[in-house]
Write a protein that binds this ligand. Sequence first.
Ligand SMILES: Cc1cc2nc3c(=O)[nH]c(=O)nc-3n(C[C@H](O)[C@H](O)[C@H](O)COP(=O)(O)OP(=O)(O)OC[C@H]3O[C@@H](n4cnc5c(N)ncnc54)[C@H](O)[C@@H]3O)c2cc1C
Length: 322
Amino acid sequence: MRTTWDCIVVGAGAAGLSGALVLGRARRRTLVVDAGGQSNRVSEGIGGLLGHDGRPPADFYASARAEVSAYPTVELRQGSVVGGEAVDAGFVLELADGSRETARRVLLAPGMDYRHPELPGAAERWGRSVFHCPFCHGWDHRDEPLGVLDRGASGVQRALLLRLWSDDVTLLSDGPAELDDGDAGRLGDAGVAVDERPVAALRGPGSALTAVVFADGDERPCRGLLVPAPLHQRSTLAEQLGATLSEPGPVVADAIEVDATFRTNMPGLFAAGDVIGGMASVARAIAAGHSAAALIVHDLIDEAHEARDIEPRSPSAAARGR
Ligand SMILES: Cc1cc2nc3c(=O)[nH]c(=O)nc-3n(C[C@H](O)[C@H](O)[C@H](O)COP(=O)(O)OP(=O)(O)OC[C@H]3O[C@@H](n4cnc5c(N)ncnc54)[C@H](O)[C@@H]3O)c2cc1C
């Protein structure tokens, strides 16, 4: 089978666009398919991305797309990959519009589904005043009354972390806090209050938060709420293509397993970004997409040489004898 593309990149978030940039600069025929749902697009700004600190995500992704689009061997296509399979010469991917595309390599960069608690008022504040990552949002809520919705050891650890940004932090355990004496002591020393009352809702205008509402009707002032939001695969695509997923963890439920070269267990299938687990950040996704794409370029060369199907040298290079 003659494949249409050297590589199909699934997802044009930080990881996918970074990979596509490397592939385009290496003149590889690359199709990027993207459903347009980058996980941080609801936020006001990207926190902690060097050179773009605080930049609105939509603005950042538009610039990145423009950069990638400048390379003639790359096509950016709006759409969704809904299925696929590994075949002899690579992969066949099925798009939501019914079209099928073939590629020698696939880079999976579809991001993850962050599942925040289904608390009334959380969805409309997600990524603004309700957040999962203090490194992303802590600075924006510095010196405000803050809450941590969690319990047990992770609640303690996250409350102590959030104290870096505010001296008014409450651990909202929504039931028994499950603290041992050591935990209670550490929270007490740090000045973190603990409130075990069931949490019923969040209140405030628009995406802002002003108070946490308890089941007993009482309220506690709160301008920023740190919540657990475990990451899950957005679809079964990785499994359809033959990738193995990790065992469930507390932060990432089902990452794609990759080695140090971003290869999955399925030959020709690479993955980068949130989908491979670890600390989720835009900087890390960019780095992973970049490295994965460079390794894909090497992999394509190795395959071409093995098949004695190396690309013909350009006439000018041949004339120079190089
Ligand atoms: C609310 C929120 C705020 C955050 N704030 C920050 C921050 O301030 N700073 C920071 O460093 N990190 C932040 N993060 C984390 C950061 O956004 C992620 O780590 C990063 O965006 C991951 O990049 P990615 O390319 O792996 O995935 P994504 O950015 O999620 O991009 C994946 C893309 O693939 C598309 N896609 C998915 N499935 C398919 C498919 N089958 N076919 C085609 N396309 C598909 C999606 O629609 C999406 O466009 C935040 C995360 C969240 C949830």
